[in-house]
Design a binder for this molecule. Structure first.
Ligand code: ADP
Ligand code: NI
Length: 214
């Protein structure tokens, strides 16, 4: 592994020490590995992909009082210290700024392939068995209800509504997780998403069956 990548890994591990389990180093490690797997099937700048995957959640606004520029500042300072070229820094910061599901309405139209790859990897980690586990962990962290039969999901929320949504964890499946399959950018991402999507659907069927004791 090259020196810059191993320094970035050490930096991210230290920064995310004690983070919520769905947004900790292990989330980053999975997204990094998935990004590399998808990158093998695309023509792209691998250094930009790896750095963006490693730094994309360095300061998630939901855990930093809504601050949406802190991650950019931390990443920029780190990369400058590592003498990374300005051209690469610019690409990585653009990805960190535009990768998020809640910002998808504001993102520019023609996205670089490196962003598409890391976004697919991040979205894949929100799906399947890991996605289910992360979602319930986050719901518990926020003390949200798992499910309420009379609270319907809110589709088409604005970014502001999405951020302060205190709905149930099951509703999050309809508000985000089940939408991800059709938002995949790359062919490899689409292929990997299908299996994870089907698994979430099976989980929900089983959840309602067990909830509705007859
Ligand atoms: P992004 O980080 O791409 O903007 P989100 O912040 O919406 O995406 O969510 C990242 C992950 O955090 C989700 O995939 C999910 O696991 C968890 N999460 C976010 N919001 C909720 C919620 N309201 N209920 C349960 N889990 C959530
Ligand atoms: Ni992430």
């Amino acid at each position: 592994m090259n020196h810059l990548i191993s320094c970035t890994i050490d930096f991210v591990k230290e920064k995310l020490h004690g983070a919520e389990a769905g947004h900790d180093w292990f989330h980053i490690e999975r997204v990094w590995k998935l990004s590399k797997k998808i990158a093998e099937t695309e023509n792209c700048n691998l250094e930009v992909v790896e750095l963006s995957a490693l730094l994309h959640d360095i300061a998630d606004p939901k855990f930093h009082g809504g601050n949406e520029t802190l991650a950019l500042k931390i990443s920029q300072d780190f990369l400058e210290n590592q003498n990374v070229s300005n051209a690469v820094i610019e690409q990585v910061l653009f990805i960190i700024q535009n990768i998020s599901f809640k910002n998808r309405g504001e993102a520019p139209k023609d996205l670089p392939i490196e962003l598409k790859i890391v976004q697919d990897a991040d979205r894949l980690d929100a799906m399947g068995a890991i996605g289910i586990a992360r979602t319930f962990n986050f719901g518990g962290f926020k003390n949200n209800l798992m499910y309420h039969p009379e609270i319907p999901p809110k589709l088409n929320m604005t970014k502001e509504e999405y951020k302060k949504n205190e709905g149930t964890t099951i509703n999050h499946f309809y508000e985000k997780l089940l939408l991800l399959k059709d938002l995949m950018n790359t062919e490899k991402g689409k292929e990997l998403a299908q299996e994870r999507h089907d698994f979430m659907q099976k989980f929900l069927d089983e959840f309602y069956k067990e909830w509705n004791v007859t």
